[in-house]
Design a protein around this ligand. Structure first.
Ligand code: C5P
Length: 231
């Protein structure tokens, strides 16, 4: 996957369909991959996902499922039928196994959330470091048959190493140099995340709140290109 454009996912964290459509239009031809999360999905339901797919866009449905196995299995099955590309679930054995079962042989990829980038080890009661928690969950995700994990760019390298490159890694908490980390505790630049082994970058506010979202997305794609093709 050497096309840098395919590695950028824009988080459509907006609360109306109109606003989402405005960003999709503004980024047309630059960003092809969109993350629909719990805010937008609550407002628009699957209809907006279908619309994006009809427009030829790729969709990462980030609903972070966590429920009894039967419910997760059916929800993932419906996501596959909708035609979304990626779905997220919590990194808990029963949940991940049910999700993998639900996607069957569809092209939908199941990603497990390791540790939110707004959290670090002090936010968990396990008495383990963030790295230990993330690695433990990544290994379990692989064992359960997940396609990948969502993790901070700081952990992408150790995940790739520990799972021998058998898990895809999506990294949120990306901040181009000079931008505010907001509430994330573990941010990295686009370039550092790619060099560490990230397959996909999820970027929300740095693009959304930029004077020119289109230009900012283009710059991030250039940065990804340079990280993949060092001089
Ligand atoms: O605006 P920002 O670039 O911080 O957006 C990050 C996005 O990534 C948000 O949509 C958030 O829900 C998501 N996220 C995630 N997993 C994490 C951290 C953030 O899916 N560990």
């Amino acid at each position: 996957m050497e096309d840098p454009k395919q590695r950028l996912i824009f988080a459509l964290d907006v609360s109306s369909r109109k606003e989402a459509e405005r960003y999709v239009d503004e980024l047309d031809g630059v960003v092809d991959f969109f993350k629909v999360g719990i805010i937008l999905h609550t407002v628009t339901g699957g209809g907006f996902v279908e619309q994006l797919i009809k427009q030829g866009k790729r969709v990462f449905l980030d609903l972070k499922f966590y429920d009894i196995p039967e419910t997760v299995r059916d929800a993932v099955r419906q996501t596959a039928l909708l035609g979304a590309d990626f779905i997220t679930v919590h990194a808990q054995r029963q949940v991940m196994e049910a999700a993998v079962d639900g996607k069957k042989d569809s092209p939908l990829k199941v990603f497990a959330v390791t540790l939110l980038t707004s959290m670090d080890a002090s936010d968990t009661s396990a008495g383990k470091s963030s790295e230990e928690i993330v690695l433990e969950r990544a290994k379990l995700a692989l064992e359960c048959g997940c396609d990948g994990v969502v993790a901070s760019g700081r952990e992408a390298g150790i995940i790739k190493e520990a799972t021998k490159g058998n898990l895809l890694v999506i990294c949120p908490g990306i901040r181009p140099a000079g931008t505010s980390p907001e509430r994330h505790k573990r941010t990295v630049t686009p370039s550092d995340a790619i060099k560490a082994g990230a397959d996909y970058l999820v970027v929300g506010r740095p693009i959304k709140e930029a004077v020119s979202p289109r230009l900012t997305a283009q710059k991030i794609i250039e940065e990804i290109y340079t990280a993949i093709n060092p001089l």
